[in-house]
Design a protein around this ligand. Structure first.
Ligand code: TRP
Length: 450
């Protein structure tokens, strides 16, 4: 299929697509709630450290391998491996990545479907369809199924459009909207009574907690999930970057945008919780901890919007549209990982590959929907807590040990002539060879054993 491969039309096109992948439910939901339950700014500081010291180097590994090979993760890892055994390990790692990306999409699609349902609910109640509204917001198999399917269809329609007409076009449309809604909501929430208390909780560090090991584990996991690492999504986006671009600076831009949006989202969610408390909504659980996870998003925040009357309808709608957009620009990157493989290696057209792969993933989602108690948490745990860090580790080993150092340098130099004298080249090779693998192993070992 060489020659017909897609490529992002510009630097900005890549930045919007890749930051669209990175910015997702992990930023707007995961990061703020983790910060809230892990000492506010103490978590933020540890997160910044993990993101720059470990996730950014790992992101660079994926982008560089991807752009060099100009191929999906399986072909790419085979290509940078020398002999038979490493090639075989490359194939295995690539397949594991594709399967992990698919499984992540299988649960992510269900959660994203809830966002659409919750965006539709305020409209249903406005027109007096209370029965519909409560169906939309109540937990049920039918609702979960219908909205998961709608979301999967949207994802596969975008991916069937290809790199420029699908991924780039939609990321460029949706990311600015996301930013506008986010900033608008923050501006509004900060004017409400109670908000400032939330700002304090969020921004004043509780330093006693930043050195606790669990916090480091959480921060690293959050950084890896948020930068979409380990499963080949960033690798495949990297493969669509033109050779003219300076890849180190692109990676830095993505990392900064991802962190920036997460921090901004915290300025929305945490103050909103304290506004909710001010309006009489319970925000602490029985143990005195801030309510987090799904209860926060689907109970506390809607309860807040309810206390706001007519404005609440608009705010609630905007909030869940924001969540849906964030999820969609991420889900397309998950789907692109397996689709690019089927398309490039098995020669199936992009359209056929998109619908075939998303169909298979939707079947997995259906299984999860109907066995929710058994499968939902299990799949999340297996993919994000185990597979993702291990695959991230493998990709560091490929970039740091298996692939030739000179070829790595050549690839970076393609769009960055002075690369050899740069700060990046003085630090990154050491990081990717020693620091990242050891850090991931330490954190992972602790998680498995402890
Ligand atoms: N980074 C996205 C988020 O924060 C999710 C995501 C997209 C992802 N692609 C991924 C997570 C690949 C893991 C692997 O929500």
């Amino acid at each position: 299929m060489a020659g017909t491969r897609g490529e992002f039309s510009s630097r900005l096109g890549f930045i919007l697509a890749a930051s669209g992948s990175a910015v997702g439910l992990g930023n707007i939901w995961g990061f703020p709630t983790q910060a809230a339950s892990n000492g506010g700014a103490a978590f933020l500081l540890m997160y910044l450290l993990m993101a720059f010291m470990l996730a950014y180097p790992a992101l660079m590994a994926e982008l560089i391998i991807g752009r060099h090979a100009k191929a999906n993760i399986v072909t790419a890892l085979r290509q940078v491996s020398g002999n038979g055994l490493t090639r075989f390990i490359g194939s295995l790692t690539g397949f594991a990545g594709i399967i992990t990306a698919s499984l992540i999409l299988a649960f992510y699609g269900i959660v994203a479907g809830w966002m659409i349902a919750f965006a539709a609910a305020p409209m249903a109640s406005t027109i007096g369809a209370e029965g519909v509204a409560s169906w939309l917001t109540g937990f049920g198999n039918e609702r979960n199924l219908v909205f998961m399917l709608i979301f999967m269809l949207m994802t596969s329609l975008i991916i069937s459009g290809g790199v420029r007409n699908g991924i780039e076009k939609w990321s460029s449309r949706l990311m600015p909207v996301l930013l506008i809604i986010l900033v608008g909501l923050i501006g509004y929430v900060l004017t409400l009574p109670g908000a400032m208390e939330g700002v304090k909780v969020y921004l004043l560090p509780d330093f006693g907690r930043s050195f606790n090991f669990q916090l480091i584990v959480n921060a690293l996991g959050q950084a890896f999930f948020s930068l979409s690492l380990g499963v080949g999504t960033m690798l495949i986006y990297g493969s669509y970057i033109s050779k003219k671009e300076n890849i180190a600076s692109l990676g830095r831009a993505i990392t900064l945008i991802d962190i920036g949006i997460a921090v901004l989202a915290g300025m929305l969610i945490i103050p909103a919780m304290y506004v909710a408390q001010h309006n009489g909504v319970e925000i602490f659980d029985a143990g005195g901890k801030l309510i987090a996870e799904d209860t926060l998003i689907f109970t506390v925040l809607p309860a807040l919007f309810d206390t706001m009357g007519g404005t609440g309808v608009v705010i609630g709608f905007s909030f869940f549209v924001l969540m849906t957009i964030a999820a969609l620009t991420s889900s397309i990157s998950m789907l692109e990982a397996p689709v690019s493989y089927v398309n490039e290696v098995h020669g199936l057209s992009r359209r056929a590959s998109s619908f075939l792969v998303s169909g298979i993933i939707a079947v997995i989602s259906v299984l999860i929907v109907f066995n929710f108690g058994d499968l939902f948490g299990l799949v999340i745990n297996l993919t994000t807590r185990y597979a993702q860090p291990l695959l991230g580790l493998m990709l560091c080993l490929f970039a740091g040990w298996i692939w030739h150092r000179n070829q790595v340098l050549e690839e970076i130099k393609a769009g960055f002539e002075q690369a050899e004298q740069s700060l990046f080249w003085r630090i990154w090779p050491v990081y990717i060879r020693y620091v990242c693998p050891l850090a991931i192993l330490t954190v992972f070992g602790q998680k498995v054993l402890g």
